[in-house]
Design a binder for this molecule. Structure first.
Ligand code: FES
Length: 590
């Protein structure tokens, strides 16, 4: 005989259930839909796991329950779905005793971390935004920190694109970098945005098959360095990848590995307009988040881009009317002695404004000479990276809207490359990587016409005392197109009080994340915040945020569809009703 425990909920008689087709009961905080099928009865959560439609309004045929909103289908017996865009619906134990149907409202125990990891995998594989958003929220509520989603997303991104590291992996890393400066409610949105880019970029691409390391043998750093750079030089991807993986596998120090990677990237001038170095820098930043254990997989994904990159000395713009490439090669030769001289002097160098000013002028050789002079005066490699990054942000701050719209991206490319050089020099302050300062300074020079005429730096006036009012005005400006100068003036005014910087940065982060932001918006937000962190309360910090906010204002608003999907996921996560009739729980009977 079937026993009925006290916690079970009475559904009704079997006859009633058969005649009504479905009965909804309340128990354990859920509305539970109970259906008759064949000789028994089966119960599932009445809320469709896709978007919450009441499943008692669905149809059961041949043991398959079909939701009527988007037609997801579920095995009535187990709750398992046949449609990956939905999810398995929770099923409950049903007993029939003396013709009475009872349901146990206790949910079946599941491992929530494992569940949401597996849902995220499905979301990434099938490129379904709602599942990705739900999984990010689910992992967070299961107690995982951001690295759980980041690790899963980066593993997927590096495996399922045969081209290796691409824009989406950089976006995902930018999202992780931004987290400490965002409002708490924007942090999961940032991770979701990064992950959905990874899914989109990998969709339909063949996977990448990683190369194994060499059998045990060579362990010397200088040998691996020479081999690797030689393979990249002749664009031999397989040789370069096997060499890099082997160097990591034998346990060479991180500094040796970064020297190999950045050395090969700077053996030629300004690879792929700075993107190659930017990607490499981002890959090291990703490892800062998820750990060096992943170095083999992460760094080897760079090799395809390194081996196939366009070398700027091959470009007409770097050869004519001025042979900038020859100027750069010559300056590169002078770098080691300048660095030696500077290290001998050991004098603190603080002329960033002056050097940035020279970089923004109309003379490439003067710019290169000024860099060499600063180094010989004692400027550190990191300070050189900072100076070229500042000059690049000033280009953006002075970009005139009379330029063609696409030229925003020309200035943007130099800016993000310059920031990457700066960040990489903190990690690897080597003479090899210093070469990238010279290259990037020449890109700043080549962008000079985009500051003719130069936009005047905004006056800082007319800002109210309430920071939240200012933030609201900022959002209002970005609800309309082309409010570039209005936003610029607002940022300049709001930063006259030093303690407002962090709030403004978080607000700008929110303004970016509420849009359908792509590679460039993530890049510039990340670069600006990295630069601003070291410049809080200074005029250069304000200039950096002015440059970034002008670019952001020029590219907003978008349709904001991505954020709407995340909002739906949040409402589902909170148990709110999305279907207009109200939540299933409100309609529980019996
Ligand atoms: S399929 Fe059920 S709500 Fe979408």
């Amino acid at each position: 005989m079937v026993s009925v425990s006290s916690k079970q909920v009475r559904v009704g008689t079997m006859e009633e259930l058969k005649s009504r087709g479905c009965i909804v009961v309340s128990g354990g905080g859920h509305a539970i839909a109970v259906f008759p099928h064949e000789k028994g009865a089966f119960a599932v959560d009445n809320r469709c796991p896709h978007m919450g439609f009441p499943l008692d309004r669905g149809t059961v045929k041949d043991g398959i329950l079909t939701c009527h909103w988007h037609h997801a289908r579920f095995d009535l017996c187990s709750g398992g779905t046949f449609d990956p865009f939905a999810d398995d619906v929770a099923a409950f134990n049903v007993t029939v005793s003396k013709g009475i149907v009872w349901v146990d409202p206790s949910p079946m125990p599941i491992d929530r971390v494992e569940h949401w990891h597996s849902r995220l995998k499905v979301g990434l594989e099938d490129n379904i935004r709602l599942i990705i958003a739900k999984s990010v929220l689910g992992l967070d509520s299961a107690g995982c920190d951001y690295t759980a989603a980041l690790e899963a997303g980066s593993h997927f991104g590096m495996t399922f694109s045969n081209e290796g590291w691409g824009q989406a992996m950089s976006i995902l890393t930018c999202a992780a970098n931004l987290l400490p400066d965002l409002d708490e409610e924007d942090r999961l949105l940032a991770m979701y945005q990064g992950l959905r880019h990874v899914a989109t970029e990998c969709a339909g691409k063949p996977p990448r098959f990683a190369v194994d390391p060499l059998p045990a043998g060579e362990t010397r750093s200088e040998v691996f360095n020479k081999w690797f750079r030689s393979f990249v030089e002749v664009r031999n991807e397989d040789g370069a990848e096997r060499c890099l993986r082997s160097a990591i596998d034998v346990g060479l120090p991180q500094s040796d590995i970064s020297d190999m990677v950045f050395g090969a990237i700077t053996d030629h001038i300004y690879l792929d307009a700075g993107h190659t170095l930017d990607f490499a820098n981002k890959s090291f930043e990703l490892l800062d988040h998820i750990g060096w254990d992943h170095a083999g997989a992460v760094l080897s994904s760079l090799v395809h881009g390194m081996a196939t990159a366009r070398r700027s000395e091959e470009l007409n713009s770097w050869r004519s009317p001025i042979d900038i490439s020859s100027l750069v090669w010559k300056a590169r030769k002078a770098l080691p002695s300048a660095l030696e001289e500077g290290q001998r002097r050991r004098v603190a160098w603080d002329k960033e404004d002056d050097l940035a000013d020279v970089m923004l002028r109309d003379c490439p050789s003067a710019s290169l000479d000024a860099i060499l002079e600063a180094i010989s005066e004692g400027a550190t490699p990191e300070q050189m990276g900072s100076a070229v990054a500042y000059a690049a942000f000033l280009r953006m701050a002075r970009f005139h809207t009379s330029n063609e719209f696409n030229d925003w991206d020309t200035v943007h490319n130099t800016l993000t490359a310059a920031n990457a050089v700066h960040q990489a020099l903190k990690r690897a302050p080597t003479v090899n990587l210093l070469r990238a300062v010279l290259d990037t300074a020449m890109s700043v020079y080549l962008d000079r016409f985009l500051n003719i005429p130069a936009q005047r730096m905004p006056e800082s006036s007319g800002i109210g005392s309430d920071i939240e009012d200012t933030v609201q005005v900022l959002f209002d400006h970005m609800d309309m197109q082309h409010n570039v100068e209005e936003v610029s003036a607002l940022i300049a005014g709001s930063l006259t009080e030093q303690d407002r910087g962090d709030r403004i940065v978080a607000a700008l982060g929110h303004a970016m994340l509420r849009e359908d932001s792509g590679f460039h918006l993530f890049q510039i937000m990340d670069a600006a915040i990295q630069q601003y962190r070291e410049r809080r309360g200074t005029h250069s910090g304000t200039d950096v945020l002015i440059g970034m906010s002008r670019y952001l204002a020029a590219h907003t608003p978008t349709s904001r569809a991505v954020g709407q999907t995340f909002m739906i996921a949040q409402r589902l996560h909170r148990g709110e009703a999305l279907y207009a009739d109200g939540p299933a729980d409100d309609r529980a009977e019996n």
